[in-house]
Ligand binder design. Structure first.
Ligand code: ATP
Ligand code: MG
Length: 399
């Protein structure tokens, strides 16, 4: 065994010493067998949430109705979930009730895919009643039990299948794939936030283009915000080698390929329930990317965009051009680094200085003049120096 499991073994031991069963489960076991980076270890136990809370000193109720308690141990936190089955499902969404059980095998049975339905005890022994290891060897995404039933219980699993195809570059098992096409409409019932989480993981997976193709082939895309009638435009997105792009850049590529008009970008992204902050960041990159497609960077735009956005725009630009152009990223970043100022706060004059110098009341002219000063400095017409700027402005105004 290795980290992060090793640090978590004492947590399992405490549960076992108290007379309960406890295992590592889910994605961490899958990623361990795949030799992939493990993000967080999930723990499943036969102890009820109340029992878990009695065993550990520091706990937080994070989802007690689903049986999950967060346990703090050695400065790390672990989600401990009681073995459970999921009762009746309402509207193809979450179960109406969960029932806590004492049996591991049944807990594993409620999990989505066979590769996610394995457990590992504190000695590293794997419990795999649904042949998850075979699926991993065959690189297959396969539901635990009939896909039809499992997608009717929770339609989000359809999106999860496609995002795992993107992250792991696995194929989707035939029966599971057929069920995606047959029951795609069930996705309509799922909250956008849950779909977005999976869609974003899909967008940045190593096999993202193949996964987008699966969304198209299965018609799942018809049940995602803003994608309904956009088959051809999504196909155009698949044609770009986008693997170098991060999440915000992928959103920009999507907006670009879907030809979303600039004044509808906010609406499009808000429909996906992105936060205001995310919308701002993506729109910012989009704005300069659109400019970049028309012309080279102007000095003032480099200044307005900032270093991170310049890098994003250049990465997107080379994806669209289909060329490796690291040179151009370096070239424009260097230009940016050489700018005499990077932000308005670095200006050696303020709006108040302007009011005094010109002995005028405030108004739009202040902002315009500050912009003129910025441009003057950026283009090398005046130094960023109080006295020089004053003289320069006085001469300009006399012309
Ligand atoms: P990641 O590495 O992205 O976190 P993960 O497999 O850990 O992948 P999570 O969403 O963290 O995915 O879920 C943890 C585990 O819970 C899964 O491995 C799976 O066993 C189970 N699970 C999660 N969502 C569902 C679902 N909708 N239906 C059934 N089981 C689920
Ligand atoms: Mg996880």
């Amino acid at each position: 065994m290795k980290e992060p499991f090793l640090s978590a073994v004492p947590v399992l031991e405490k549960l076992v010493e108290a007379g309960f069963e406890a295992y590592f489960v889910g994605g961490s076991v899958r990623d361990y067998l795949l030799n992939k980076q493990i993000s967080d270890v999930d723990i499943a136990t036969s102890a009820t949430p109340e029992e878990v809370k009695r065993i550990f000193r520091k706990t937080v109720d994070v989802g007690i109705e689903h049986g999950t308690v967060l346990v703090l141990h050695n400065q790390k936190s672990y989600e401990i979930t009681t073995f459970r089955t999921e009762g009746e499902y309402v509207d193809f969404r979450r179960p109406k009730e969960v029932a806590f059980i004492r049996n591991l095998k049944e807990d594993l049975q409620r999990r989505d895919f066979t590769m996610n339905a394995m457990a590992m005890d504190r000695f590293g022994t794997i419990f795999d009643p649904y042949k998850g290891q075979d699926a991993i060897k065959a690189q297959l995404i396969k539901t635990v039990g009939p896909s039809q039933d499992r997608f009717h219980e929770d339609a989000l699993r359809m999106m999860r299948a496609v995002r795992f195809a993107s992250q792991l570059s696995f194929r989707i098992d035939v029966e599971t794939l057929e069920a995606l096409s047959k029951y795609n409409y069930l996705l309509d019932k799922i909250a956008v936030e849950r779909k977005r989480t999976e869609f974003e993981k899909l967008l940045i997976g190593q096999n993202r283009r193949q996964a987008l193709k699966i969304l198209l082939d299965s018609s799942l895309y018809k049940y995602l915000p803003g994608l309904q009638n956009q088959k051809h435009l999504i196909e155009s997105m698949i044609s770009y080698k986008s693997e170098t792009l991060n999440l915000s850049e992928m959103w920009v590529l999507l907006l670009h390929c879907l030809k979303v008009p600039e004044n509808q970008i906010d609406t499009f992204l808000r429909e996906w329930r992105l936060s205001i902050k995310e919308v701002k960041e993506i729109s910012h990159i989009f704005r300069f990317f659109t400019l970049r497609l028309q012309k080279k960077w102007a000095v003032y735009d480099l200044y307005l965009a900032g270093g991170n956005t310049i890098m994003s725009v250049e990465r997107l630009y080379s994806v669209i051009l289909g060329s490796e152009n690291h040179n151009s990223i370096d070239f424009w970043l260097k230009r940016y680094q050489e700018l005499p100022i990077k932000e308005r706060s670095e200006l050696k004059v303020t709006g108040n200085d302007l009011l005094t110098w010109f002995n005028r009341k405030g108004g739009p002219w202040v902002k315009e003049t500050l912009e003129k000063v910025e441009t003057g400095i950026l283009e090398g017409n005046v130094l960023n120096d109080y006295q020089r700027i004053k003289e320069w402005l006085m001469t300009c105004s006399q012309k």
